[in-house]
Design a protein around this ligand. Structure first.
Ligand code: GAR
Length: 212
């Protein structure tokens, strides 16, 4: 059974999707053993508490820079014996030091079809504002491994979502979450825990036979 550590900063609806999937026994060979929040006021902490999942606060505001923050996070992850780290609305760009230690063991969910609307400065609602500004007809979500390039690691799963005429960033964000993020994130986490993902170069391959 793999130890899944979920890192959060805000509302935690993706964490909730993971918890719900876990309670439906859809996450095979893995268990959420700890939730770590960069923000002491994150509602995600409440979600963990309601479901009896241990949580820790590592407040970003108490550190000078991302490098120092990542150092402290690395220690915490080691003490939690993390096998998989899931960034579920975690709004801090991790330093190389951590990414190297957990190569192909960190998964992020991003609210667009990478390589569109991603990279530095593209996070949360802002991603949907940019998609609407551009006038794309399709957007979606991506789950990918984290490497040294922001939103540049091997793609595990993607799901497209239609943009509608009257969409506001908030409406589009909600649709992308409901139709894509909350579905593909738990699926990708289970694939990882079942050892069904292989990364070669910048490609992630899914073992479909193992699931049958
Ligand atoms: C989600 O839409 C997630 O994809 C996005 O922030 C939101 C967090 O919501 N993450 C990023 O933009 C990371 N680049 P949540 O706290 O309700 O899961």
């Amino acid at each position: 059974m793999k130890n899944i550590i979920v890192l959060v900063s805000g509302g935690g609806t993706n964490l909730q999707a993971l918890i719900d999937a876990q309670e439906r026994e859809e996450i095979k060979n893995g268990k959420i053993t700890c939730v770590i929040s960069s923000n002491p006021k994150a509602y995600a902490l409440k979600r963990a508490e309601i479901h009896g999942i241990p949580s820790k606060i590592l407040n970003r505001k108490e550190y000078q820079n991302n490098q120092d923050y990542t150092k402290a996070l690395l220690k915490l992850l080691e003490s939690e014996k993390a096998d998989l780290i899931v960034l579920a609305g975690f709004m801090i760009i991790l330093d190389q030091a951590l990414i190297q230690v957990y190569e192909n063991k960190i998964i992020n969910v991003h609210p667009s079809l990478i390589p569109s609307f991603c990279g530095d400065g593209f996070y949360g609602l802002h991603v949907h504002e940019k998609a609407l500004e551009k006038g794309v007809k399709l957007t979606g979500a991506t789950v990918h491994f984290v490497n040294e390039i922001c939103d540049g690691g091997a793609i595990i799963l993607q799901k497209a979502v239609a943009v509608e005429n009257d969409d506001t960033p908030e409406i589009l964000q909600k649709r992308v979450m409901e139709q894509a993020e909350w579905k593909i994130l738990p699926k990708a986490v289970s694939l990882f825990c079942e050892d069904r993902l292989t990364v070669i170069g910048n490609h992630a391959y899914i073992d479909y036979q193992k699931g049958n």
